[in-house]
Design a protein around this ligand. Structure first.
Ligand code: AMP
Ligand code: AMP
Length: 363
């Protein structure tokens, strides 16, 4: 989908929604990433649920019993099949997009099903330059970016397009180090020779990583902090091996995400986090009207001076919110009841239907 076509796309989707029976809306998603979270939340809010999953993952959605209907596909790209899409529309399905929509399907403009959220912002998320523009306009501090490997003058982290969930990232300290490691990545088949120049080279901030998952409610005009987590990655195991053994054994553990831990932030730091969430929402309204709808995540590192650097934004539910089921300290403080991202999404849809404002939540 090109940015230019977004308005027309939204009109087409809203037209599809006109045929929906609002008394029989079902919530659906792809079986991966945060589907259990989304489907449990939908059931808690009284919706019928539909899970579209591959045969190999069927066991997950069967085991937990949160999908009223399971539709099996052989590959994620089958979601682009017009027949399947028609079937989902006939079931009055609103789809909740998550990480796999961008990572495995990509073609958001071929998903002719009402999605919860803002597709245009999901497109911004896939483009690192756009992400940076968005975050800089929101006046958030970001790690320095190096245009060319030749400019590397400190510890940097190197990220490739295609490198999903942190797989294939590496650290480098100077240009020679960069080229040597990039070559190794090509040899290992993780990236292609022509990808070397496409690296995103960022200053590596040594500090505490924290991921903030917010929900922006267009209906309440409110930014809610719903869950906070950090990742569990193979690189975390390095601390268990003494430095001299790491060198001797030539260890190169990766940033491939394996899981997540919940985090509670030192309270005085919340002020800057909440301000950051609000300014990101404000900017979203300028760059992709009507702006943010629902979940988004800011990925940050706090350095020795408790300075916050934001290195990424996701404009959809992230899997880190899975730590917040049935609630996080923050969602409980706001709601006084069990609330987690999947349920928060379903709650907004339910309120949208009741208030006759569902269209505002759909793209
Ligand atoms: P999966 O269903 O595990 O294949 O994940 C779908 C996409 O989401 C992939 O791009 C994963 O790297 C990413 N992903 C899954 N779980 C997480 C997580 N806990 N944190 C960050 N990214 C994730
Ligand atoms: P990402 O896929 O961008 O979310 O990054 C994956 C992992 O790499 C994060 O969980 C962090 O551990 C690490 N990381 C990414 N960028 C930076 C950075 N600029 N400084 C420090 N750590 C980073």
């Amino acid at each position: 989908m090109h940015f230019i076509e977004c308005g027309a796309m939204r009109d087409r989707i809203l037209k599809l929604l006109e045929d929906y029976d609002y008394d029989r809306i079902a919530i659906g998603t792809l079986g991966s990433h945060s589907a259990l979270n989304i489907l449990r939340g939908a059931k808690d809010e009284g919706f019928r649920t539909v899970c579209v999953c591959r045969s190999r993952e069927r066991i997950i959605y069967e085991s937990f019993g949160v999908a009223d209907e399971i539709i099996e596909i052989s590959d994620y790209s089958d979601v682009l099949n017009p027949k399947l899409q028609q079937k989902l529309r006939e079931m009055n399905v609103i789809m909740i997009p998550h990480g796999s929509f961008n990572a495995y399907i990509g073609k958001l403009d071929e998903i002719m099903i009402p999605l919860f959220g803002n597709r245009e912002l999901m497109l911004w998320e896939t483009d690192r330059a756009k992400q940076r523009e968005w975050l800089e306009r929101a006046r958030l501090k970001m790690p320095k970016r190096f245009e060319r490997p030749e400019d590397i003058d400190r510890l940097v982290i190197v990220k490739y397009p295609g490198a999903m969930g942190g797989k294939g990232y590496f650290l480098a300290t100077n240009p020679e180090d960069f080229y040597e490691k990039a070559k190794r990545m090509v040899e290992a088949g993780i990236i292609r020779e022509e990808d070397i120049a496409k690296a995103e080279i960022q200053e590596y901030i040594v500090g505490a990583n924290v991921y903030f998952s917010f929900f922006y409610s267009p209906l309440l005009d409110r930014v809610e902090l719903i869950a906070v987590d950090r990742r569990y990655e193979p690189v975390d195991g390095l601390g268990r091996v003494p430095a001299e053994v790491q060198i001797e054994a030539g260890l190169h553990p990766t940033y491939t995400v394996i899981g997540n831990f919940p985090v509670v932030l030192r309270e005085s730091l919340l002020a800057k986090v909440l301000k950051a969430g609000r300014s990101v929402v404000d900017v979203s309204k300028e760059i992709a009207p009507p702006g943010m709808v629902g979940p988004f995540c800011l990925e940050a590192v706090f350095d020795d001076n408790a300075e916050m650097f934001v290195f990424e934004i996701s404009a959809r539910i992230v899997a880190g919110t899975n730590v917040g089921i049935p609630n996080s300290p923050y969602s409980y403080i706001i709601w006084g009841e069990n609330m987690f991202m999947g349920r928060r999404i379903a709650r907004e849809i339910r309120m949208g239907i009741e208030k006759g404002r569902l269209e505002e939540l759909i793209y």
